[in-house]
Write a protein that binds this ligand. Structure first.
Ligand code: DQA
Length: 144
């Protein structure tokens, strides 16, 4: 099983950015935690982070025919991007939406998620451990 882990804008600033909301771990620590978790499970994993919407669309399209699933934290593009929604629909890969914070308890503008309609699951408010829960979900989904 091969998974692509996509992180959107400002998630490269983890650890520096609003640590009271997003925690003190940096992006490299997140990548290592997920990588170690997948190694233990025998899952192949690739990572992609970008601050640019079109690059995120390209990464989703690039997963077609190569990956068995996607874990995506689209960050602010969650609340604005029809292009990311359409990309996930286009590739048809099982995709889990992850948010580190509990977006349901935050500002009104964070209550909308465009991508959610194309995702098999949403996990939010579990910190960076939410990515591991997303991997578990996709593993179970893959096993059928
Ligand atoms: C986020 C929540 C979004 O509203 C925000 O724009 C982010 C991060 C999260 O992981 O909690 O950048 O996706």
């Amino acid at each position: 099983m091969k998974l692509l882990i996509i992180n959107g804008p400002n998630l490269n600033m983890l650890g520096i950015r609003e640590p009271g909301i997003y925690g003190k771990e940096n992006y490299e620590t997140l990548v290592k935690m997920i990588g170690d978790y997948c190694t233990k499970k025998g899952i192949e994993v690739e990572f992609y982070q970008s601050n640019h919407e079109g690059d995120l669309v390209d990464a989703i399209q690039g997963a077609y025919g190569k990956m068995d699933g996607i874990v995506i934290n689209p960050a602010a593009y969650t609340h604005t991007s029809v292009a990311l929604l359409d990309a996930v629909k286009a590739v048809g890969l099982p995709t889990v939406e992850v948010h580190i914070s509990d977006v349901s308890k935050r500002e009104d503008f964070r209550q909308i998620s465009y991508i959610r309609a194309a995702c098999v699951q949403t996990i939010c408010g579990h910190g960076t451990k939410g990515y591991l829960a997303a991997i578990d979900y996709l593993e179970a989904h893959y096993a059928g």
